[in-house]
Design a protein around this ligand. Structure first.
Ligand code: GTR
Length: 408
């Protein structure tokens, strides 16, 4: 009897240890971050004057324009130019058949001029060789161009798996953000800024554009070229970016309605992450404007440590992409970007899609890793692993495009 109870005790202890191991994070079992509830979130469907928005017309005429004006004046800044009259395209190199005959590579030089001079940048497009015009994914590359978007394909990177993208019937297009404006304080006086006006001086207009908006402007110029290229299907173009590039992809999607999809990978603070949620390990405005003041317009500093009393939040920025497609992605090991806040923005943006008779994010709550939520027009997925853009993320984005009939 005594022996039996001793065994029962040992068995109980072992079960308790095993149960704890299943819950505690280990390398094999990464923690699913718990999901705190957003609090006192600004109401998407109530105008600044306090009127309820119930129709698509009210959304398009009143609510969306006032939100756009707020984000432009307070966060990303006003652009002095959209498509310059002087914009032109030329082949930077002759077209080449690559990827074992599966793709045509085009290298395109984009030239433009403004009041203060001229400039140019070159991007790469791998277009699948097929009968019908190809839908496309444009990557705003915020990492080393030589390592990640090598046009010769001698260097291949998981960050931009161009072969995988082409094999799925999509054109893989990429440009380097630094070619539009350098990713540093002096960025505000170089690249596109040097052509359309110097914004580097300390007294630059408080609502003048920052570097994120300039990078997004670059994506729109690539889109200008796509519209001229018969091998491409300009109605089905996604803009993709990771981290600062992910913030930029949202900006591109909001300001340019020609993008049928915006994919925001691990974009975090000032991207998809909601501010009205307590995620102490995530980046806040105080951090981001200290390290990267030039990403934004000068007005943004006034919301530092006051983001919870600001009348808008990032879910309303995401909502400005409705009724088009949005992908939001997070990674389990990326607390700095705040996965639960990125998810919450998608969930809270959804009523904008409902005004169009569509669904936004269809979900029963914060999902476990590797369980993409793709039933509506917002895709959300949490990937196991670090802050990164991986072939798995790309697969999820392409699955979403497939699901919406992008490949005829
Ligand atoms: C971090 C920054 C983030 C994110 C990231 C990145 O240092 O705090 O907002 O953009 O860089 O771009 O990798």
């Amino acid at each position: 009897m005594k022996m039996r109870s001793q065994y029962a005790w040992i068995k109980w202890c072992m079960e308790a240890v095993l149960a704890a191991m299943a819950v505690l994070p280990t390398a094999a079992n990464p923690a699913v971050p718990s999901a705190p509830e957003p609090k006192d979130v600004p109401e998407l469907m109530t105008t600044f004057k306090g009127e309820k928005v119930t129709t698509r017309e009210q959304w398009e005429k009143v609510r969306a324009p006032e939100l756009l004006a707020e984000f432009t004046r307070e966060e990303y800044g006003r652009r002095p130019v959209e498509r310059p009259k002087t914009l032109s395209f030329a082949a930077a190199e002759p077209d080449a058949v690559m990827m074992d005959g599966k793709a045509i590579r085009k290298r395109v030089r984009v030239s433009y001029g403004g009041k203060y001079g001229t400039n140019e940048f070159t991007f790469t497009a791998f277009i699948p060789r097929q009968e019908q015009p190809a839908p496309a994914f444009i990557l705003i590359c915020n990492r080393s161009a030589a390592e990640n978007i090598d046009p010769t394909r001698e260097k291949k990177s998981d960050f931009w798996p161009a072969e995988q993208i082409v094999a799925r019937g999509y054109a893989a297009i990429a440009f380097w953000n630094g070619d539009i404006a350098p990713d540093c304080n002096r960025g505000l006086s170089e690249g596109v800024f040097a052509v359309f006006g110097d914004t580097s001086r300390p007294d630059r207009p408080k609502d003048a554009w920052g570097v994120l908006s300039a990078w997004a402007w670059g994506a729109s110029r690539v889109m200008d070229w796509i519209e001229t290229e018969p091998l491409l299907d300009a109605k089905h173009v996604a803009v993709v970016g990771h981290s600062r590039g992910g913030k930029t992809a949202l900006v591109a999607g909001v300001y340019d309605k020609r993008f049928a999809m915006a994919c925001s990978n691990d974009s975090g603070c000032s991207g998809a992450k909601l501010n009205h949620i307590d995620l102490p390990r995530s980046e806040h405005l105080a951090d981001i404007v200290t390290t990267f003041p030039y990403w934004f317009c000068r007005n943004y500093v006034r919301h530092v440590n006051a983001e919870k009393s600001w009348r808008v939040d990032q879910h309303e920025f995401v909502a400005l992409i409705a009724p088009r497609l949005v992908c939001i992605a997070s990674a389990t090991g990326d607390a700095w970007a705040g996965p639960e806040g990125e998810y919450a923005s998608g969930a809270l943006a959804s009523p904008a899609w409902e005004l169009y008779g569509k669904k936004g994010l269809v979900s029963n709550g914060f999902p476990p890793p590797e369980t993409p939520l793709q039933e509506g027009c917002i895709s959300y997925h949490l990937r196991t692993g670090k802050h990164n853009l991986t072939p798995y993320d790309w697969k999820v984005y392409m699955d979403f495009a497939d699901r919406h009939g992008w490949r005829k």
